[in-house]
Design a protein around this ligand. Structure first.
Ligand SMILES: *[C@@H]1O[C@H](CO)[C@@H](O)[C@H](O)[C@H]1NC(C)=O
Length: 214
């Protein structure tokens, strides 16, 4: 898990550099989440309230363009939507939260990059860029089963994270669990403190839930 975090960190740093824009142009596949307009920090209650979260359908409409820009086919999109809804139901996680996490992790690219930890060679990949999760690097036009396997991988990890924070779908659980998902540990006093990961991760996903897209 720790090694996986380092890879997420490297990906974040690399994607912020000009060199990676070149790489991105070449491969079309380096993950580059931009930072949202605002930077929230502090305890969970300093982040956007749940009433700012838009509905799944509204967020779905707002984000489909970005998914298509990553090369997803119409059937990929249909399958992603089905997978987010069925896996969300199965694990008791709101589908809009899974959607916002997926956009943060991979922009919904079903062919998102898989990276490998060294020296043990464990993969971090898929729509949710998670440790030992299935990934289909560079591929599009996947089956519902393939896409569901990626969503399920992320949901399983996140469900574990949620269980440490009261297991509710309220910001008091969701925001610290997102911090844990990204960096493996949580500074409750500042959910934007994550020296070895992506500091703005929770702030950005909260804003994605409010309709921000990139
Ligand atoms: C939290 O999620 C991460 C995935 O990023 C997973 O590797 C880890 O095992 C989870 N941690 C706990 C304590 O549940």
């Amino acid at each position: 898990m720790y090694a996986a975090k380092i890879f997420v960190f490297i990906a974040a740093v690399v994607s912020a550099s000009p060199i990676s824009s070149l790489m991105q142009a070449e491969t079309g596949n380096v993950l580059a989440a931009r930072e949202a307009p605002k930077h929230y920090s502090g305890t969970w209650d300093k982040f956007p309230a749940k009433k700012t979260w838009k509905s799944f359908d509204a967020l779905w409409k707002l984000n489909t363009k970005a998914m298509k820009a990553k090369g997803d086919t119409d059937s990929d999109l249909t399958n992603i939507k089905k997978a987010l809804q069925s896996v969300g139901k199965k694990y008791g996680i709101e589908d809009r939260v899974l959607l916002a996490m997926m956009m943060q992790e991979s922009h919904g690219d079903v062919g998102a990059i898989t990276t490998y930890s060294q020296p043990d060679n464990f993969p971090t990949g898929g729509l949710f860029q998670c440790w030992k999760c299935p990934g289909f690097y560079g591929k599009h036009g996947l089956t519902l089963d393939q896409i569901t396997s990626m969503v399920e991988g992320g949901a399983k990890h996140f469900k574990e994270n949620l269980s440490h924070w009261g297991n509710t779908m309220e910001p008091k659980s969701v925001y610290p669990a997102l911090r844990m998902y990204n960096s493996g540990n949580v500074n409750e006093k500042d959910l934007s403190s994550a020296p070895n990961a992506t500091p703005a991760y929770v702030s950005d996903i909260a804003q994605r839930l409010g309709g921000w897209t990139d």
